[in-house]
Ligand binder design. Structure first.
Ligand code: ACK
Length: 222
């Protein structure tokens, strides 16, 4: 028999355990509800693409949510993406495959396009983080490795999931050039933390306690 070439997935990434996925979805709803009710947010609706004083339900605005919550490590498109074969063949990737990892979420963010969770990768997790993940989006900026790591929680109707990581890099870039954005309030409960605003309808919640979720590093072939 001939040896078949190894199949490459749509993407490699960390897939949330069911329970933690449910918890994070609930957390995301809570975040959007509280953000939408914030005075400072209501005062800045035009930046979000709505008219002043218009009634906006953020849960409806983010019409789509991924079927499986995950943090993408490497997008391969079944091998069509250059470098995916090399990525898959790395010892670190083979070693990590189907192992359990705890992901640390330090912030939640919402823009007119996407809502997502910022993931702080550990040194161990960075071993399977592609070298060019940030450069691919922002070639001229020297953003720290892992800056793009995120979990997409939802997107507006016409927006693709890939946008969430791009939005996150925009936040990181803005935070590097100015300080932390304007502090405009606090949220409580599941999503306790400080809300900051970075112009252009870009909102970030820095969690006062990181959220930890369990995940499995694997490939998605669907
Ligand atoms: O939310 P995400 O990180 O954004 O998870 C999905 C996953 O792959 C399946 O579509 C991400 N994705 C899509 N296209 C790309 C791309 N060109 N580069 C990096 N990630 C991508 C998408």
């Amino acid at each position: 028999p001939t040896l078949e070439k190894e199949l490459l997935p749509l993407y490699f990434g960390w897939f949330l355990a069911k329970r933690d996925e449910d918890f994070l979805r609930k957390t995301s709803h809570d975040f959007l509800e509280q953000l939408g009710n914030l005075k400072a947010f209501k005062k800045r609706l035009p930046a979000f693409g709505y008219e002043d004083k218009q009634k906006l339900d953020l849960l409806k605005h983010f019409a789509k949510s991924p079927n499986i919550l995950h943090c993408t490590a490497k997008f391969c498109d079944y091998g069509k993406v250059l470098g995916s074969e090399e990525y898959a063949q790395q010892e670190a990737v083979k070693k990590a495959y189907s192992r359990g990892y705890t992901l640390h979420i330090s912030a939640l963010f919402a823009t007119p396009r996407t809502v997502g969770a910022q993931v702080d990768l550990t040194a161990d997790q960075l071993l399977v983080w592609p070298l060019d993940a940030e450069k691919e989006v922002m070639p001229r900026d020297n953003l720290p490795r892992g800056s793009r790591a995120h979990i997409t929680l939802g997107t507006a109707a016409e927006v693709q999931d890939v946008q969430t990581g791009i939005d996150l890099l925009e936040f990181v870039k803005l935070q590097q050039s100015r300080s932390d954005g304007e502090n405009l309030g606090e949220l409580t409960g599941l999503v306790a933390g400080k809300v900051s605003y970075c112009d252009n309808g870009m909102w970030m919640l820095n969690l006062s306690r990181k959220i930890e979720v369990k995940s499995i590093y694997s490939g998605y072939y669907g």
